[in-house]
Design a protein around this ligand. Structure first.
Ligand code: GSH
Length: 220
């Protein structure tokens, strides 16, 4: 469900680095492993525990420089870093706002229920609402009327289409941190809880073709 987990897994697979993935980490264990932010993903490199998908991708490049996750040219690299950050800190909230809209909330709850410990599952709805469901309201996008949110999202997806008219990946001829971030968010957008996102993305052939290129690059 987490775009940031998908981003890390996809970048690790792209680099052909072996890894094991644990989907479920209990809340107590999560707080112990990552007291700083209490968020996923967390990556263990031997005894080093890293949090934050962007910091984990930097470490992946340090561990295994080839293929690189950022362009050599500084101007291109700057655009890729900025796009990665835009995806993590803005595009993500469009999807979150749609996931927790009145219409989509029941589907989102159904997808997330399994992450609530079994004895507390009866209270899954208030727990999940409090932990994550309120976040889009706090961030702001969750307060927009839905038509406005979807119209703005459509414009941002058009911006991505414009960028892809120039290059097969964002600002480059191979995937970078920008591509992995957007790949993660769009994967969550296709989970089934946000038909509005899925429809907006799927109706833009350039984006669909870009995701196919990403799938090919990740799976080799
Ligand atoms: N900037 C962080 C964001 C991580 C994040 O927001 N993860 C969400 C899951 S998608 C989370 O753990 N949310 C629980 C919370 O906010 O307490 C990253 O890139 O790793």
């Amino acid at each position: 469900m987490s775009p940031f987990v998908t981003k890390v897994k996809a970048a690790t697979a792209y680099k052909r680095l072996p890894f094991t993935h644990r989907e479920y980490v209990g809340i107590a264990e999560l707080r112990k492993l990552n007291p700083q932010t209490g968020k996923v993903p967390i990556a263990l490199f031997g005894t080093d525990v890293l949090f934050d998908s962007s910091l984990i991708l930097r470490r992946l490049d340090a561990e295994q420089p080839s293929p690189p996750l950022i362009a050599e040219d500084p101007a291109t690299a700057a655009r890729q870093y900025l796009l990665e950050d835009w995806s993590d800190e803005s595009l993500y909230w469009y999807v979150q706002a749609l996931r927790w809209s009145d219409k989509n909330e029941p589907r989102t709850l159904a997808e997330n229920r399994k992450f609530v410990p079994a004895p507390l599952r009866l209270f899954a709805k208030p727990i999940l609402r409090r932990l994550v469901g309120r976040q889009p309201q706090a961030q702001g996008l969750g307060r927009l009327p839905e038509e406005m949110l979807i119209a703005e999202l459509a414009l941002r997806l058009d911006n991505l289409v414009t960028l892809l008219a120039r290059d097969p990946f964002f600002h480059a001829d191979r995937p970078s941190v920008a591509d992995f971030a957007i790949y993660g968010v769009s994967t969550t957008g296709f989970s089934g809880a946000t038909p509005e996102f899925a429809e907006a993305f799927a109706s833009r052939p350039a984006l669909v073709e870009w995701r196919s290129r990403m799938d090919a690059a990740i799976s080799g």
